[in-house]
Structure formats: structure tokens, C-alpha cells
Design a protein around this ligand. Sequence first.
Ligand SMILES: Cc1ncc(COP(=O)(O)O)c(C=O)c1O
Length: 404
Amino acid sequence: MTSRRSFIQRAGALAGAGVLHGLAGSPALAADADASLPERIRRELLVPPGKNYLNTGSLGPSPRAVLDTVVDAMWTLERDPVSENWGRLGQQMEAVRKKVADFIHADVREVLLTRNTTEGLSLICQVMPLKAGDEIVTTTLEHGGGEVGLEYLVKTRGATLKKVELPLLPESKEEVVSVIERSLTPATKVLMLSHVNTITGLLMPLAEISTITKARGIFLLVDGAQTPGLMPVDVKAIGADAYASSGHKWLLGPKETGFLYVKSGFPGSVPPVFALYGSDAYTQSSGTRNVATIMGLGAAIDWHTSLGIEATANYCLSLRNECYRRLKQVKGVRMLSPENPALSTGIVSFEIPQLKNGEIYARLREQNVIVKVLPQHNGIRISCHVFVSSADIDQFITLLTAIA
Ligand SMILES: Cc1ncc(COP(=O)(O)O)c(C=O)c1O
């Protein structure tokens, strides 16, 4: 029933995605030849024309190819639920788990499909073999979804939690590494850091930090909520012991999808109860899964792969650089993100101390510009994803200048 529409929409998605691979001359794209890449990608989203969506860091809009995959899978499933769920359709979930593993350069046996980042980090914390007096180190700039598992360890094991103050505007990797290194003590057993910071967009120099944690036998737990889909992720290269993320942010996948990577062999021999019978998408210990959204996660990864994740990362960073430069020129703006591109990604945050961020948010929203309020810092966060154009940034800056 949906198949003809799906075919047309998927063809459109591939046409848009193909641009980065030099397919711009293809007849299928001729009608689009004058449109910019972000414009073409925008047409694959349901966000209506005229809405300037700058909040992928909270929740990303899924391309039609992802939605169609989810809807098609639901139609198929509902025609014969048990046979499909534990048969032909359900078996495809394993292919999605392999796609996730390949996307982050992990072995498939090290990957669990979860509902979101919070769940992934919490699953690991529940089996962390800590005892009273063991120290957990994190920063003052983490998201609550990353902190909750650490708080659980404080409450249930008597571990201590130390939050290091990270500079909001570090100038170099060395400065960041040195702050983290100085915070570690002989009692430190776990270091929990965000790969890309939810408040400042800081790209944490994890490869450098993990050489220190490895040498000291400290477990490096990484909150990757803001990273896959924004830039390449290689869990081995950054030296993560565990890495959790969500499919519904920069990956633009279905809502309530996520994954957890746990380096094989850790922690101890105790797997989370969720994975007692293995890391397959469906096991006796995971219980029944939502096949349709898991299939949609696979489609989201295919979509990003065909676009080229390096190209996406470069585009997002250059758009952020442009946004940063323009923001600095707006009267009264104080930046909350590092300037050095080596520490940056597609996220940029700022505040206007004389104005409440809620007021800035509301006034931008009246004009259909959607940003994220950062309550802790009176800040506003802008997410520059591949569907955001220079013209979108220009519109946002023009309105902000009027507000300021
Ligand atoms: C760094 C970070 N960690 C965790 C989360 C929570 O993500 P989820 O609700 O998908 O678990 C977020 C959400 O914004 C985040 O930015």
C-alpha cells in the first residue's frame, strides 16, 4: 500500500544524498540542479518550508526514507505479527545491529541496541563493580541523562562523585586534557565524559585522555548522545571502554532508538540483565523489541553513509564557524562555545547577559526559528546540521540582532 510512495520518496532521498558523490549531473537530479545541498536535504524532511529548525541536538527530524522504512515495517508486521516479529522481519534487526557496529568501528558482539543514551549509560552503571570510597570523575557540563547512572552508583555503592569544572572557552586540547588529568586520583575508577558537549559543543580530546585512563586502569565511559550523525565515530580510536548514544538526535533516526558499545571483557564477567542472554537485538533477556523503529535506525545509518559522514562533519563545522563569527559581531553576545575549530563541532552556544534566554527563545520562535534554551547558563544553543543553510543562519542572526 505504501510501496509506490515509498519508492518515489526513497528515490528522492537517494538523489539528494547522491550529490556528495558527484551525482549532480544525473538526470534524476536535473529538476533540482539549482538547489543547494542543504535545500535538497530539507526537502527530504517533514519540517515545513519556512521553519528554521536549529535544535537537532535535542531531537532530529527524520528524512522520509527513515519514516517510510518504519511505516512499511509496521504495515508488514501488523499483517502477521508473530511470524514477522520472530521471522523474516525480526531477523533483519541483526543486520541493523551490524550497521551500528560498523558505523562506530566496533565488533557487532560489543553492541547492544537500546532505547536511548540514558538507558545505555545506566545499563553499564548498574553493573559497574564499584565499592564504597571508589571515585567517579565527571565534569560540571554533563547532561542529566549521563549523570543519572553515576548518581545511582553513589546511592547504591557508596562511590563518590567529583565534578570537575571545565573551562567554558578552552583554547587548546592540552588545556582540556590537563584539567581532566589533574582531577584524577588513585581512588578514581570511572571517568565519564561527553564526546561532544551538550552545552558548549566542545569536542572532547578523548584519544589523548584515554591514553591516561588506560595507563591508570580507569574505566572511560563516554556519553555520545551528540556525536553519531554529526561526525565520524571510532570507539576504538578514541579508546572508550563504553559508549552510549541515541538514534533520534544527529542520526535523524526514529525516536526511542539508541545503542551501547561495551568493549569486550568489561566490566568483570557481569553483563547487564538486559544482555544476560547475549547482545542480539532480541533475546530472552531483552524481551520483545520494536522491529519497525530498529529498522528505521538502520535506514538512518544508510542515509548518513550515502551522504558521507566526513562530508557532513566538514559541512557542519564550517557552518558553525560561520555562525560563530557572525554571533561574535552581535551586540551584547557572550560566547559559550570554544572558538578553536579543533575543539568544535556543529554546535554553538551563546548568551546575552542583559536578556533572559527564555525571552530570546520565545521571540525567535514567533518567527519560526527553533533554538534550544540552556537553563544553567542563560544560554541558547544552535545545532548546525546538514539541512541548515547559510541563509538559515543569516535569518537567525538578523532576528537576533534586532532582539539584542
Ligand atoms: C550529552 C547528552 N547526554 C544524554 C542525553 C539524553 O539523551 P536521551 O534522552 O536520548 O537519552 C542528551 C540529550 O540531549 C545529551 O545531550
